[in-house]
Design a protein. Structure first.
Length: 182
């Protein structure tokens, strides 16, 4: 699992260079521990993989000040584990469920156990995200999602996709999108 942790640490450093994270940023994390070990998503969840991924993510959260939300698997409709204070601050409604490896996924279950005050919410609008193993985080990103490219494209055997978001461009060809200097 050391190589998984090392790959994720390098990916997170690159992510920080690609995106300016603000203390109020929200980052969605989708991680299939099955895919990381080379198995089909949802078939071989592994707490030891979740543990190897969690520490670098927790350190990333401390370094950047961004809040993390861990996406559950499809059995919980891709609900998310998030800190209770973050959920309340953002007006996210809590749901009554506790993710476990076979219903929620190993990553979300591990995050739920490790976080100080975790709750589960059904949906968020994140500023950025990391998708490890094609977990389909897009439903939890603000519009408009922008894919990012890093040199690290795999965590273990799982393909990784990074994304950030930007405001919608409205107004057509006559609109101005950069502030004018007066």
């Amino acid at each position: 699992m050391e190589h998984v942790t090392k790959q994720l640490n390098e990916l997170l450093l690159q992510f920080e260079k690609l995106v300016t994270f603000k203390p109020h940023s929200l980052v969605v994390i989708g991680a299939s521990t099955s895919e990381v070990i080379g198995e089909k998503i949802g078939t071989s969840g592994a707490i030891e993989v979740a543990k190897a991924l969690y520490e670098p993510l927790a350190n990333f959260e401390k370094r950047t000040g961004a809040a993390l939300a861990f996406q559950c698997c499809e059995h919980l409709n891709r609900a998310l584990v998030i800190d209770e204070a973050e959920a309340e601050k953002r007006g996210y409604e809590q749901v009554a469920v506790i993710p476990v490896p076979n219903a929620g996924g190993s990553m979300a279950a591990y995050a739920f156990e490790r976080m100080k005050n975790p709750v589960v919410v059904e949906e968020i609008k994140a500023d950025a995200g990391i998708d490890i193993g094609n977990t389909m985080i897009g439903m939890h990103l603000k519009r408009v999602a922008v894919p990012l490219r890093a040199s690290i494209r795999w965590i273990g055997e799982a393909y990784v996709t990074l994304a950030t978001t930007r405001p919608k461009l409205i107004g057509g060809e006559r609109a101005c999108y950069k502030a004018r200097l007066s």
